[in-house]
Every structure is written in structure tokens, then in C-alpha cells.
Design a protein around this ligand. Structure first.
Ligand SMILES: Nc1nc2c(ncn2[C@@H]2O[C@H](COP(=O)(O)OP(=O)(O)O)[C@@H](O)[C@H]2O)c(=O)[nH]1
Ligand SMILES: [Mg+2]
Length: 267
């Protein structure tokens, strides 16, 4: 089907908002997620675009994106050679040019109604707006195992030592001032699931405040995360983040903070 005239007009302009979706073996969940996201973005009153970042998926993820019909919301595929969600999000964010950018998961576990609030807050001057399942007004439908929930409690306690004041660093729904996040993500070194902690720490190190907003979140079956496969790796990643940021701070590099003497924090 040829793109609509409206699509021609919207896609010829530089997007104001670009959204990155990291995707690994997502042939089941991605088509529905992309449909939802594109429908939502097509209703926004400015040009938008989507970037899907694939890590050598062994299923039809890449083919699905390559063949995606280019309508009012262009959808572009990027390959990332380094495995991991963090590496993929980094590659996607670095490929953006828009003044507002963000990322969300292929399963659209976070309800897209929150996008209006996130974009409105960024336009009003916020620099980092993130979905938070810990927000008192969030509506969360969680089917995680007890083991994963216990692991999450431990993770949150450790993550708070690096980004104090953020209750939920791991919700896959984060939006940023484009220039800020491109600068922050350039230094990101965490390839796996703990990358959000380093990214938020780097944004705060650059002087940004993190605003958590309520979301509707439902656990979508088909998660790529496995406590058995990723649990230890995540802990190691947290330790590396702490050490790396501390070393950078001591060397006088950005971000200029020390997690011991001057922990990233909010009032
Ligand atoms: N490109 C890429 N995406 C990944 C990788 N691991 C996870 N993702 C994506 O990250 C998003 C969140 O993953 P998901 O499995 O839903 O994790 P959960 O919601 O935390 O259980 C999805 O879009 C996944 O496809 C990876 O190694 N590479
Ligand atoms: Mg998920």
C-alpha cells in the first residue's frame, strides 16, 4: 500500500520525537507492539519516527521491521553487533537526531497513554521523564515469579546506591531531552539489563533531574529476561557501574560525582 499523502508530508519533516525499541527474537510480540506504537504516534500533532534495534535475532524480527509499511510514522531497523538490551538501546539512542527521544519495550508492557504525559513534560522543560511502577498512581499487573520479585527488591536496594531517589530504574519506558541523552549515552558501557541505572546516573551527572511518572503496566508473557541466565550478570553490571562512575569522577571526567561522598540524590 503506498504511503498516504499525510504520511508523505509528515515523513519528509525531521521528527520531533524518535522512539527506540530494542528487540531480540521478538517476532511474536513486536508486530503488535509496533502497530500500537505507530497508531499512537500517528495521532501526535508533530512528526515522529521509530528505530528498532536488533541483535542478530535468529527469528524474523529483522525481516518484520525491514518490511514494515512506511506510513505517517517511519520505522527504521538498526543492527547492533554487541549483544544485550543496554547495547541495543545505546546504539538506537545514538542514531537519533530528534529533540525528544525515548525508548520502550517491544511488548508495550507500559500503556502508551503515558506517552502524552511524558512528551508534555519534556516540552515543558523536563529533561528525563521515566515510567515508574513504584509511583503511587501507577496501575501494575505483575505476574513475575516470587524469585524474580525478591531479586528485584535486592536490585532496587543496590541501584539506589547509584541513583538515589529513583524508585523504579527498570521500567522500559524512558523519555529524554535528545541532546542530553545522546551525550549521556555516549559514555554508557553496560550492555545488559542494568544499563538503565548507568544511563540515569549519567543523565543526573550532566545536571538533569529525573521525574518519575505513573504508568499502567502489565507483565506481557514472553520476557527475554531469565533470573537464572541474567541474575548474576545484572549484579556484576551494577558493581561495574559503581566502580566505573567512581573512577571517572576521580579522574575528573564526566559525570562529576562520587557515589560515596556525593551520591546522586534528590531532596
Ligand atoms: N536488541 C536487544 N533487545 C533486547 C535484548 N534483551 C532484551 N531485549 C529487549 O528488551 C525489551 C524488554 O525485554 P523483556 O523480555 O520484555 O524484559 P522484561 O519486560 O524486563 O521481562 C524487549 O523489547 C526485548 O526484545 C537484547 O539482547 N538485544
Ligand atoms: Mg517485558
Amino acid at each position: 500500500m503506498p504511503p498516504s499523502p499525510q504520511g508523505d508530508e509528515r515523513t519528509s519533516r525531521t521528527p520531533l520525537l524518535e522512539i527506540v525499541i530494542p528487540a531480540f527474537n521478538e517476532e511474536e510480540r513486536l508486530p503488535g507492539g509496533l502497530l500500537q506504537l505507530c497508531a499512537k504516534l500517528a495521532r501526535m500533532p508533530f512528526p515522529t519516527a521509530v528505530i528498532v534495534v536488533d541483535n542478530n535475532s535468529t527469528d524474523f524480527t529483522a525481516e518484520i521491521v525491514s518490511a514494515w509499511p512506511q506510513g505517517a510514522v517511519p520505522v527504521r531497523l538498526i543492527h547492533c553487533a554487541t549483544p544485550g538490551k543496554g547495547a541495543a538501546v545505546r546504539a538506537g539512542l545514538l542514531a537519533t537526531k530528534a529533540s525528544l527521544v525515548g525508548f520502550c519495550d517491544a511488548d508495550m508492557a507500559t500503556g502508551l497513554d503515558a506517552l502524552d504525559a511524558a512528551v508534555g513534560l519534556l516540552i515543558a522543560g523536563e529533561q528525563v521523564v521515566i515510567g515508574s511502577r513504584a509511583h503511587a498512581c501507577s496501575d501494575v499487573e505483575n505476574r513475575h515469579s516470587t524469585a524474580r520479585e525478591l531479586g528485584a527488591v535486592g536490585f532496587r536496594a543496590l541501584a539506589r546506591m547509584i541513583v538515589r531517589g529513583v524508585s523504579d530504574t527498570q521500567c522500559g519506558f524512558k523519555f529524554f531531552d535528545g541532546a542530553l541523552v545522546r551525550q549521556a549515552v555516549a559514555g554508557l558501557r553496560t550492555p545488559g539489563f542494568a544499563f538503565d541505572v548507568e544511563l540515569l546516573a549519567r543523565c543526573v551527572g550532566l545536571g538533569a533531574a529525573v521525574l518519575e511518572i505513573p504508568v499502567q503496566w502489565r507483565d506481557v508473557p514472553g520476557s527475554r529476561f531469565s533470573l537464572a541466565r541474567h541474575g548474576v550478570g545484572i549484579l556484576l553490571e551494577l558493581g561495574s557501574i559503581w566502580i566505573r562512575l567512581r573512577a571517572e569522577s576521580r579522574a575528573g571526567a564526566e559525570p562529576a560525582w562520587d557515589p560515596l561522598l556525593n551520591p546522586i540524590g534528590y531532596p
